[in-house]
Ligand binder design. Sequence first.
Ligand code: ADP
Ligand code: ASP
Ligand code: MG
Length: 415
Amino acid sequence: MALIVQKYGGTSVGSVERIREVAKRVQSCHRQGHRLVVVVSAMAGETNRLLDLARKVAARPSERESDALVASGEQVSAALLALALQDLGVKASSFLGHQVRISTDSAFGRARIRSINKERLLAALNHGTVAVVAGFQGVDNDDNITTLGRGGSDTTGVALAAALSADLCEIYTDVDGVYTSDPRIVPHARKLDRISFDEMLELSSLGAKVLQIRSVEFAKRYNVPVHVRSSFTDNQGTFVVQEDKPMEDILVSGVAYDRDQAKITLLRVPDRPGLAARLFGPIAGAGIVVDMIIQNASADGTTDLTFTVPRGDFDKALSLVKSQESMIGAHGVATDTNVAKVSIVGLGMRSHAGVAARMFDVLAAEGINIQMISTSEIKISVVVDEKYAELAVRALHDAFVAPRPGDEARQGSTP
Ligand code: ADP
Ligand code: ASP
Ligand code: MG
């Protein structure tokens, strides 16, 4: 008899029929004698609908009220699933974040879980009750409702699995598992049977939204066995696991893309110590995460300084830059919100040279201009014009992951 945490995403609970299907799946697992905690997302589209409502009543909705509003989406689906289970004769109770007591910090809209009280959930499980938990939400020290960022129900699921020392955390979604690239963009992407925590961390942070990055951080830190699978089939999905030797031989295991990018360039900034600190200090202070930064020294003692931020933070970042522009002595600011980041990820890059050069060749052959580049041990990312993002993803997938028959390139080959 195992303790299993199951998490169902928005599409999986997207209609009354889907909620009934989920209830049947939960029932059959419960009948096998397992103890079950089930985490649910809001019904598909609901979080966006609620955010739109907020924008209709307020030009700049406050973060505290926005969280109180969007958390209601998960309240509805948790109660509906508990009702559907009861209708099947399964004992079930729903729990909101504050009822479990999932304590978070007070960073509304992107709160981090600090601690989880297991007592109420364990009491329910000990009575043979299925605990249905509203994903995505928590409560801060002052009892304010908080939310964990888009896709945050994944994190609720994995964090609960860690806190309860669950035997397994199943993430049920609308695809069969983690693929070598987004199957909606690359139709011949392959499902991976296994992926390492570190590759999954990179893929999540580079735009593959199948798992929220913080859920992978929890899984890695607490060694939670995570199985990503479809709620529409019984097929085995993808296990996210510790890396092992065979994984290191795979040069590129995934290609990711992220359209949520905007680029800001300060033109002809004087080449003096301290200016970067003066520029990026206030941006960090506003909670904006700067991604890539490039700075080119030029002969006349000035330099262009370019960086990227998430598109949602673009307006805020730009106004901070403009407020510093004259103090820094820049000769203007240029912006571009039509950019995307495309990345390749693989443990094999640690031990293979020339991967970046080959990546640039592939993009050049498609006539795609590279605007920025960043690398780490197991990934290479480039910023390109947004209109070429999908083409770039497909070309890189063909070249590195799943060569078409007849291509010379082979997975794992040294370039
Ligand atoms: P849920 O509502 O179940 O949380 P999400 O929409 O958040 O589901 O995440 C699943 C989606 O992630 C898939 O429908 C797919 O389009 C997208 N996705 C992006 N990259 C990948 C990938 N490498 N593997 C699988 N899915 C991916
Ligand atoms: N409902 C939230 C969202 O749409 C959380 C989640 O689905 O994981 O982002
Ligand atoms: Mg999701």
